[in-house]
Design a protein around this ligand. Structure first.
Ligand code: NAG
Length: 356
């Protein structure tokens, strides 16, 4: 019989129990309170990953604009925020992505196509604003003579058709004021794909896509007009919804190179009007009028127009002062929003650096 079995050593046993109990309690508290808690951390972090990948589900649609140098500022060294088209692009980004009443509620991207001569400071700012910035080549055809210098780079809008990661894209000029959420336009019955009609094609104009989307608004001029405006044959090049397609891009590029095929004065506007002429293979469709208007007045705003096209910053234009104030208000809101957000980001960064 071993010695320890027969000897009563209950005092020692109690001490062993106490040591064991202490060890267990210490172990639990280390697991619970130490920063190294592998078992407790892992499920948490994978939960977060799952949640964020669900909420960032990508939309098949995108809003798109083009930013090219402002000819009025050629060879002038002015601060970025004095370039009206750049500021207009920022206001558009704010209205489409951040402003509570007008922002996308279905995660639709805002893509800025920028020509290679846009300075990095502007590209960086637009990225901070939440835009998806893509630098694109300038498209230039020697035979084409823009009616206004401002239109010289407008053929670069065609790069929108190369955004084939999206099913539909809405092009908006940067001088667009958003009055109401625009997301519904992508599923509107006026923007569904249509079959091309090869029998109406001109032989030397080359291959084109078998289906297409092209919805725009009839071009008109004059502050006083009916809304909806009566449909015509010619559309405005400042607002159109289309389906990205490399075949379509190549078709337009080929058309643009055909000297004299269309009036070059209006650049991309005339070229697209020729490509989508009503008696051609890919006739354009009048977009649901509620989504946009040009030469706006309070009449259209009150009728529910969701976007309004105007050079809001041009003081020589006779605009309804209430409408003009809306654009300036959107610009102020945009600046306040980003000042607050940039400040919060800076604080967050400082906290990180002081921790490490
Ligand atoms: C987005 O807002 C519109 C109103 O503008 C609403 O009808 C729609 O249900 C909203 N969609 C989502 C996904 O919240």
């Amino acid at each position: 019989m071993p010695a320890w079995q027969g000897t009563p050593k209950s005092g020692l046993n109690k001490r062993t129990q106490a040591v064991l109990l202490f060890a267990i309690l210490a172990g639990i508290s280390i697991l619970t309170f130490s920063p190294y808690r592998p078992h407790l951390r892992l499920p948490n972090s994978s939960t977060y990953t799952q949640a964020s990948s669900l909420s960032s589900k990508q939309s098949p649609y995108a809003y798109v604009t083009l930013l090219a140098p402002n000819p009025k500022l050629d060879n002038k060294n002015v601060p970025d925020d004095e370039d009206e088209y750049f500021v207009g692009t920022r206001v558009l980004a704010y209205q489409l992505l951040h402003a509570p009443n007008t922002r996308t509620n279905s995660s639709i991207d805002f893509v800025v196509l920028a020509t290679p001569d846009i300075p990095k400071s502007k590209l960086d700012r637009l990225r901070k604003d939440g835009a998806t910035v893509k630098v694109v080549e300038k498209i230039y055809e020697k035979w084409m003579k823009p009616g206004l210098v401002r239109w010289r780079d407008m053929l670069s809008k065609l790069y929108m058709w190369k955004l084939v990661e999206y099913e539909k894209t809405l092009f908006l000029d940067a001088d667009m004021l958003i009055a109401k959420r625009m997301d519904g336009i992508f599923t509107d019955s006026t923007t569904v794909p249509l079959k091309t009609k090869p029998s109406l094609a001109v032989a030397d104009e080359g291959p084109f896509p078998s289906s297409y989307v092209f919805a725009a608004q009839t071009y008109f001029e004059g502050r006083i007009h009916k809304y909806p405006i009566p449909s015509g044959d010619f559309f405005s090049g400042g607002f159109f919804l289309a389906q990205p397609s490399i075949e379509a891009f190549n078709y337009y590029r080929h058309l643009a190179s055909m000297e004299g095929r269309f009036d070059s004065n209006g650049m991309e506007q005339h070229m697209l009007n020729y490509a989508h002429r009503k008696d051609g293979p890919m006739p354009w469709v009048e977009v649901n009028y509620i989504y946009t208007t040009t030469w706006p007045s309070m009449n259209e705003y009150e009728a529910g127009a969701r976007s309004m096209h105007e050079k809001w910053w041009d003081q020589s234009l006779e605009l309804d002062p209430k409408l003009r104030r809306m654009w300036y208000q959107a610009r102020d809101d945009m600046e306040a929003f980003h000042t607050a957000r940039d400040g919060a980001e800076r604080k967050e960064k400082m906290k990180e650096t002081s921790l490490t």
